[in-house]
Design a protein. Structure first.
Length: 218
């Protein structure tokens, strides 16, 4: 679907603002005008035969990242491969954080360049924060003005949608309202177990973010 000109312009402008802030935070930024450009950008950042860890992400699914990587000869620790047991899936999540490259999206980005990620099992938080090389991909729809609004976006928009999509037993899956004060195991299958807020990156060229001037994921 073609994006309305005013929305496209807004996405372009906000991406440029965020990119300037990411550079200050030692996060390597890249810009793609559309999701069709992302594959080539991703492949340009990888080394031949590298191992790849992935996080659960509708953004990665929408750009068909896993299939693309496997077709290009990369060893993907794919915890979503059909027929895996829960134990096998958890093992692949853990092993993926030790791969040569780790791919994920984020749940929200502030105009100041702060990145916010919520996670259930912790593999995504671990991979983003400490993998050898982390490549994040995000649409401009995830950009919000402040950190407070970023966290609110995840609690009150992203998580309810994901919990409902995944059939998780959470209060927000029922009515779309975050009830973090009561959402604990074993009564509920809480999805917001860890929160990662990235304010800066220590290691040069470890953390990369590809910003796309389109709406991707939730």
């Amino acid at each position: 679907m073609e994006i309305e000109p005013n929305i496209k312009w807004y996405y372009q402008q906000t991406c440029m603002k965020v990119i300037a802030e990411l550079e200050k935070r030692n996060i390597r930024p890249y810009y793609c005008e559309s999701k069709d450009e992302v594959t080539n950008k991703v492949l340009s950042l990888l080394t031949p035969g590298a191992s790849i860890g992935i996080a659960g992400s509708m953004t990665l699914k929408e750009i068909n990242l896993v299939d693309t990587l496997e077709k290009n000869g990369y060893n993907v620790f794919n915890q979503y491969r059909f027929g895996l047991s829960k134990e096998e899936s958890l093992r692949l999540r853990r092993e993926g954080t030790y791969a040569d490259f780790y791919f994920s999206s984020v749940n929200a980005i502030t105009l100041a360049g702060e990145l916010v990620v919520f996670n259930a099992y912790g593999n995504r938080v671990a991979g983003i924060a400490y993998a050898k090389k982390t490549i994040l991909i995000a649409g401009a729809n995830k950009i919000v003005p402040t950190l407070q609004e970023a966290i609110s976006r995840v609690r009150n928009y992203v998580t309810p949608i994901n919990c409902k999509r995944l059939g998780m037993r959470t209060p927000c899956a029922d009515d779309g309202l975050c009830k973090s004060d009561i959402c604990y195991p074993p009564d509920y299958e809480r999805n917001c177990c860890q929160i990662l807020i990235i304010e800066s990156e220590w290691t040069k060229d470890r953390l990369h973010l590809i910003l796309v001037a389109e709406s991707l994921g939730y």
